[in-house]
Design a binder for this molecule. Structure first.
Ligand SMILES: C=CC1=C(C)c2cc3[nH]c(cc4nc(cc5[nH]c(cc1n2)c(C)c5CCC(=O)O)C(CCC(=O)O)=C4C)c(C)c3C=C
Ligand SMILES: [Fe+2]
Length: 524
């Protein structure tokens, strides 16, 4: 059941633009009144596809035989990510002159927007329960069988009310709210300045999935501003159905219902974990923290990613786990290049609910590492680029305590990227590289349709992942007798079924605890 204007006029137009609370003001760096049209750039990232048959990246990994991109056409076996990374890093390999594309964008009097998608977090303790309601009401977070979809909101209400006290404790311990909005706003500002510094003036918007500023609010502002070309950039390095997928699905539904948006050209950068700038920025942060240990070379690098239910990966084809593993490999490879040969491991944290999540679990792994005699551990949060409750509370407090209890003597934690300049500059490059493809993919590029993570419209993207919009089948569980994980899972399911039955009774009879407590409105 569980399953998350002319060239000269452009500067004028940008200077005229209003600012608003959740919209980033124009860059303080003076924007060039003329764009450098001799600019060329190389395809550094495998995210970029092109109508000229250059590398679409993911397609040659997923469909090596049908792939027509440069790397995929090679007589070599399908390139793995490492080859991809280094090959795509080489400017001589795939240089695309963007002059004509950039000119087209600007001569046509376009207004460019970048929409950063993120999760959102409660800003005060009073926000916690409604934030949790929004999260659990998301069918990409809790997937109910079709027949039970009407129960999504009552169930979300029930779970959010039940979970709120524990969550509030967590948020109280990190200062009474999530820092996510502030950090994402700062990232938006920094990205806008980086883009401006690279001669691409664009306006950056923040759209959160579960709290303010909601995606709908950002879209309203995008419409008011008359944006004509939009780059959608989820702030999750790796794609998951439960994160970027959910935000993109929402965006798709907003686009479909709106004539302006249907006609606004856009492109999506679905995931960017393999980008050179991101990998290097992560490696630099890790290197810096390693040097704080008494014996840096002996430290185990412990990547801790936010988990997802196993069924997302095994049944629904969520690429999250594969992208995560590839990302860790790329970071470790970069560290090796820098002369660091530390051991490393990857585990998954923050599981919620009664089903099996991606393994190994972070807590169990910490205990096992302690038992194996590991003495120095450097935790690296890997699935998110901002500090948030799960870094500040779960890792810094809970996991640190567990590690020390498990015999680990030296503990460190790598900070989240935030506004780290190499990282922000790389995000700006990702946006710039995607500009020639704004609006182009949906109509012309067959390769984009074949790729696992196409750089195309939201609709195509979702169609690729989740075309049938099926519900997730239940995760595969091997039955064992006794007080085991499997028993816990089944107990959890039985409890959820009981909750569902009670909810059905409440909703149909209008009587019960939820009505008494005023959680559900009385029947008309
Ligand atoms: C890549 C990152 C994330 C994935 C994947 C993800 C999946 C996922 N999350 C829940 C349930 C909860 N998540 C909560 C908070 C939260 N989740 C992420 C990131 C991912 N979630 C972040 C960055 C945050 C923190 C935001 C903040 O306020 O700082 C919460 C609320 C906190 C709590 O009560 O623990 C819940 C609940 C599920 C079920 C899921 C996959 C299906
Ligand atoms: Fe989460």
């Amino acid at each position: 059941m569980w399953s998350l204007m002319g060239i000269g006029g452009l500067g004028f137009w940008f200077r005229r633009w209003d600012t608003s609370a959740y919209l980033h003001s124009w860059c303080s760096v003076p924007c060039p009144s003329r764009l450098s049209l001799s600019r060329t750039y190389s395809i550094k990232s495998s995210l970029i596809g092109s109508a000229t048959g250059l590398c679409l990246g993911q397609c040659c990994r997923i469909k090596p035989l049908s792939c027509k991109c440069k790397l995929g056409r090679s007589s070599q076996p399908p390139p793995d990510s490492r080859q991809h990374f280094s090959a795509s890093s080489s400017a001589s390999e795939a240089v695309l002159t963007a002059q004509s594309d950039i000119r087209k964008l600007f001569v046509a009097n376009e207004k460019i927007g970048v929409l950063l998608l993120n999760l959102g977090g409660p800003e005060t303790l009073d926000d916690v329960q409604p934030f949790l309601f929004n999260l659990f009401a998301d069918p990409d977070i809790i997937r109910l069988p079709r027949a039970f979809r009407f129960l999504q909101k009552p169930l979300a209400q029930f779970i959010s009310v039940a979970r709120a006290p524990k969550s509030k404790e967590g948020y109280a311990s990190i200062g009474g709210g999530s820092p996510l909005r502030q950090i994402t706003d700062a990232q938006g500002e920094a990205l806008m300045e980086a883009l401006c510094g690279k001669d691409i003036p664009a306006k950056v918007y923040v759209g959160m999935r579960y709290w303010h500023p909601f995606t709908e609010e950002a879209i309203e502002q995008i419409k008011k501003d008359g944006i004509t070309k939009l780059v959608v950039l989820p702030l999750y390095p790796q794609f998951s159905i439960s994160t970027s997928g959910s935000s993109l699905r929402l965006l798709e539904s907003i686009f479909r219902e709106d004539e302006y948006l249907v006609n606004m050209q856009h492109t999506v950068i679905p995931s960017w974990y393999q980008r050179e700038g991101y990998i290097k920025a992560m490696a630099t942060l890790i290197e810096k923290e390693l040097l704080k240990f008494p014996k840096p070379q002996k430290v185990m690098i412990f990547f801790s990613a936010h988990g997802v239910p196993l069924a997302y990966v095994e049944e629904a084809g969520d690429p999250y786990k594969a992208e995560m593993e590839e990302c860790v490999d790329l970071i470790m490879e970069e560290l090796e290049k820098r002369g660091m040969a530390n051991p490393s491991t990857l585990a998954y944290q923050s599981r919620v609910g009664p089903v099996e999540w991606l393994k190994p679990y972070t807590d169990e792994t910490i205990i096992a590492l302690g038992q194996r005699g590991v003495k120095s551990l450097l935790a690296v949060p890997i699935s998110f680029v901002s500090e948030h409750i799960e870094t500040l509370e779960e890792i810094d407090v809970e996991y640190k305590e567990l590690a020390l209890q498990s015999g680990i003597k030296h503990w460190g934690r790598v900070p989240a990227l935030g506004c780290e300049p190499t990282f922000i500059s790389d995000l700006a490059d990702a946006v710039i590289e995607s500009l020639p493809y704004v609006g182009a993919m949906a109509v012309s590029n067959l390769e984009a349709r074949q790729s696992l993570v196409p750089l195309g419209s939201v609709e195509e993207l979702l169609a690729t992942y989740d075309s049938k919009r099926d519900m997730l089948p239940p995760p595969v569980i091997v039955w064992e007798w006794g007080w085991t994980k499997s028993a816990e899972t089944w107990n959890g399911r039985a409890a959820m079924l009981a909750v569902l039955a009670l909810l059905v009774l409440e909703v149909t009879t209008g009587q019960g605890l939820l009505h008494q407590w005023g959680i559900l409105p009385p029947l008309p």
